[in-house]
Write a protein that binds this ligand. Structure first.
Ligand SMILES: NC(=O)c1ccc[n+]([C@@H]2O[C@H](COP(=O)([O-])OP(=O)(O)OC[C@H]3O[C@@H](n4cnc5c(N)ncnc54)[C@H](OP(=O)(O)O)[C@@H]3O)[C@@H](O)[C@H]2O)c1
Length: 336
């Protein structure tokens, strides 16, 4: 006879382990750090790694896991793996997001921003995840060929149908985002609760416009590629290690690295790593502390390829905030 599985017990203090920030003016709280499932964790054969990281993260208060229809190798695999590892996790204590916007299936209805694509894609995602609803559904990137009112209307329909609880947009630049929130207001559509945007020490354009618009509109901001896909860590200081993301990109990765070196970017990253060490952090930890210094940032979304990386990154939340002097030194290294 099959043995009855004992439900997994989680640390009763899990929610004391990290801060939660309010997502804009919504009722939703997100952990200061969330876990992204784009690469590594969603790759074929990585179910055990995915399970270890997701369970450890949840046990340490990370309640939010971010996916998209096309994440993983092959595309869709992240949702399949994540759906399988959800097992003993209490659904009502989780915030699970997915997205649609990039190419997903052949033909005119498997990409873009149409009502047809977004609704069909979410249905597929829910099947892969084995869920009735996701917490956040995003339009993954702007699609100028589709009238914005159609895309926003599709998000509204999705939330009203109960297949998602909150609507979000990702990669919308400040003017596109402003158009979207204005249109949502004019048409009394479901409001945009969250914007997912790329932001890190080397890419900070959004802090001048998008963050301000989001704050004014009551939208939360979750930032991704906070480690600039690993560049803002110690991973590449001595070259391109085997198994790293850059190594997996082959010739393109080598060319990218050569460019980092020849433009002096790598040297600046080395200086940032020294500054991080002087405050008892690793560079990846300082990159996370830096992104969270801005209170308009609701959560930082981090990707990992091992449990050790996850442990190191989450420990950033125990560090002291950056002082004014440290922030000025970072700006001066970055030439800001
Ligand atoms: N909305 C969008 O368009 C969009 C786009 C990109 C990402 N995202 C979301 O954001 C999440 C994170 O994005 P991302 O993975 O590109 O960015 P990231 O968090 O900047 O980079 C993750 C990579 O950094 C390296 N890393 C992590 N912790 C490390 C540590 N402690 N020491 C050394 N290296 C470390 C790992 O590289 P190795 O693999 O080389 O070990 C890891 O795969 C994604 O999973 C996804 O959920 C959204």
């Amino acid at each position: 006879m099959a043995k009855k599985q004992t439900p997994k017990q989680f640390d009763p203090d899990q929610y004391e382990k990290l801060p939660y920030r309010r997502c804009g003016r919504s009722g939703l709280l997100l952990p200061a750090m969330s876990l992204g499932m784009w690469q590594s964790l969603g790759d074929k054969g990585n179910e055990q790694l995915c399970r270890r990281c997701v369970y450890w993260a949840f046990d340490h208060g990370v309640t939010h896991f971010d996916l998209a229809n096309n994440y993983g190798d092959p595309p869709g695999n992240s949702e399949l793996l994540f759906g399988r590892v959800l097992g003993d996790l209490p659904r009502d204590e989780l915030i699970i997001s997915t997205k649609a916007g990039f190419d997903m299936w052949p033909g005119p209805y498997g990409t873009g921003g149409s009502r047809k694509y977004l609704i069909a894609s979410l249905d597929q995602s829910l099947k892969r995840l084995g869920l009735d609803y996701v917490d956040i559904f995003y339009h993954h990137r702007p699609n100028p060929e589709t009238p914005l009112v159609e895309t926003m209307g599709a998000l509204d329909h999705i939330v009203r149908s109960g297949k998602a609880l909150y609507a979000g947009v990702s990669n919308y630049k400040a003017p596109q985002f402003l158009d979207a929130i204005e249109l949502v207001e004019q048409n009394a559509l479901t409001s945009i609760t969250i914007h997912q945007a790329k932001y890190n020490m080397l890419n900070r354009a959004y802090e001048t416009d998008l963050f301000a618009h989001a704050a004014a509109g009551g939208t939360g901001v979750i930032v991704y590629s906070v480690l600039d896909k690993g560049m803002l860590s110690e991973r590449y200081l001595e070259g391109v290690p085997k198994g790293s993301r850059l190594a997996k990109r082959g010739a393109a990765g080598r060319e990218y690295y050569e460019n980092l070196r020849s433009t002096g970017k790598l040297e600046r990253i080395g200086e940032l790593a020294e500054l991080a060490r002087s405050r008892g952090q690793s560079l990846s930890q300082m990159a996370i502390t830096w992104a969270l210094r801005d209170e308009r940032v609701t959560s930082v979304l981090v990707g990992v390829s091992s449990l050790d990386q996850l442990k190191e990154d989450l420990a950033a939340l125990d560090s002291s905030p950056l002082s004014g002097d440290e922030l000025r030194r970072i700006d001066s290294v970055l030439g800001e």
